[in-house]
Design a protein around this ligand. Structure first.
Ligand SMILES: C[C@H](O)CC(=O)SCCNC(=O)CCNC(=O)[C@H](O)C(C)(C)COP(=O)(O)OP(=O)(O)OC[C@H]1O[C@@H](n2cnc3c(N)ncnc32)[C@H](O)[C@@H]1OP(=O)(O)O
Ligand SMILES: NC(=O)c1ccc[n+]([C@@H]2O[C@H](COP(=O)([O-])OP(=O)(O)OC[C@H]3O[C@@H](n4cnc5c(N)ncnc54)[C@H](O)[C@@H]3O)[C@@H](O)[C@H]2O)c1
Length: 284
């Protein structure tokens, strides 16, 4: 699979596109507005330049990666792709519509259509297409150029050889560590991580501890690279809220119920690091 498409170039789409370009692949990225496309391209350029500054990437390799990437608002640009990874906003209706459109546009009958959804049922995206056996979940972690893991999710409709090809691509072509998960809310990692992130918000909301003490506690007590409140800001509070709503809606498990404060932060436009302000306000 040499020709890769990425749908959405927010935090995750831009990171996934960067990973694919650094693996020497031909990458096209589609988002819905010129503004989103420009900021996605800027994010990739900044990340590649930081890698050059840190001596992790040769300047020629950065230039080659940038040359192998095309950014566009035109969905038809994905027509000749061997693999498309959907990384649009965590919204089931947007994703179902995109899968129906991708099914219509992508001409290669063997192409894999993958979703980077954090929590939503892969089978529903599969059913929006006429080729449900070709649809899988490929769940990358934030920041995608740094985190080694990709969860490979097969739905009850996925053909086993498609899961194998998707896993081989993530492992051998992209150099990621892969694990296989069932099509259940949050798969493996978010089924464990999301209750922790939401519990931290509840702890802060209840007045039991300050933001800083919650984060300092988990960094210094449990050797986490960052605390849960900073991590909520890194993920994006709108994304955390959408994940919580989806997982709670599916399971009714109170551990996944979105705290009211999380909704209020999203209402206020405090979406986390990507918006310049979330629980913390020191991002600008
Ligand atoms: C919700 C979803 O569905 C699932 C998820 O993704 S949950 C979120 C999972 N992610 C996490 O848990 C992140 C936890 N935090 C971390 O791993 C680290 O704090 C961090 C990588 C974000 C930052 O690390 P830290 O050491 O504080 O910062 P820094 O020294 O600037 O960066 C470390 C390396 O990461 C790179 N990096 C940091 N942010 C980056 C980004 N956004 N893009 C590309 N590279 C980045 C740096 O260039 C540096 O690379 P190097 O070691 O090769 O020189
Ligand atoms: N943020 C994380 O930590 C993280 C980690 C793993 C997976 N994910 C998942 O990845 C996906 C994207 O998350 P993100 O953090 O990049 O969100 P984001 O808000 O940073 O970016 C979403 C992008 O999707 C674009 N978009 C919306 N509708 C679109 C459409 N129809 N076509 C093309 N682009 C469209 C938006 O314009 C935006 O640029 C979500 O499914 C999310 O759950 C997020």
């Amino acid at each position: 699979m040499q020709k890769v498409g990425v749908v959405g170039c927010g935090l995750m789409g831009s990171g996934i596109a960067e990973v694919a370009a650094r693996a020497g692949l031909d990458v096209v990225v589609r988002d819905i507005s010129e503004e989103a496309v420009a900021s996605g391209r800027k994010r990739v350029e900044a990340s590649l330049s930081r890698a050059v500054e840190r001596g992790k990437l040769e300047p020629d390799a950065r230039d080659a990666a940038l040359e192998s990437m095309t950014f566009s608002t035109d969905l038809d640009i994905l027509a000749d792709r061997d693999l498309v990874i959907e990384a649009a906003s965590e919204n089931e209706e947007i994703k179902k519509k995109l899968f129906a459109e991708l099914d219509r546009i992508v001409s290669n009958g063997d192409a894999i259509l993958a979703s980077n959804t954090s929590s939503m049922p892969i089978v529903r995206f599969a059913q929006a297409t006429s080729r449900p056996e070709q649809v899988i979940g490929m769940h990358f972690f934030n920041p995608a150029p740094v985190q080694p893991l990709v969860e490979i999710i097969s739905s009850v409709l996925t053909a086993p050889e498609v899961t194998d090809r998707g896993e081989a691509f993530a492992r051998d072509t992209l150099g990621k560590t892969t694990i296989r998960a069932k099509d259940r809310p949050g798969f493996i990692v978010n089924a464990l991580l999301v209750p922790y992130l939401l519990s931290a918000i509840r702890m802060y909301e209840s007045g039991m501890a300050s933001l800083e003490d919650i984060d300092t506690g988990m960094i210094n007590g449990c050797a986490h690279p960052m605390g849960p409140m900073r991590l909520n800001d890194l993920v994006g509070l709108d994304t955390t809220l959408a994940i919580a709503r989806s997982m709670h809606g599916e399971t009714n498990d109170p551990a996944y119920a979105p705290p009211v404060l999380l909704s209020r932060m999203v209402d206020a436009g405090y979406l986390g690091k990507k918006a310049g302000r979330g629980f913390y306000d020191d991002y600008r």
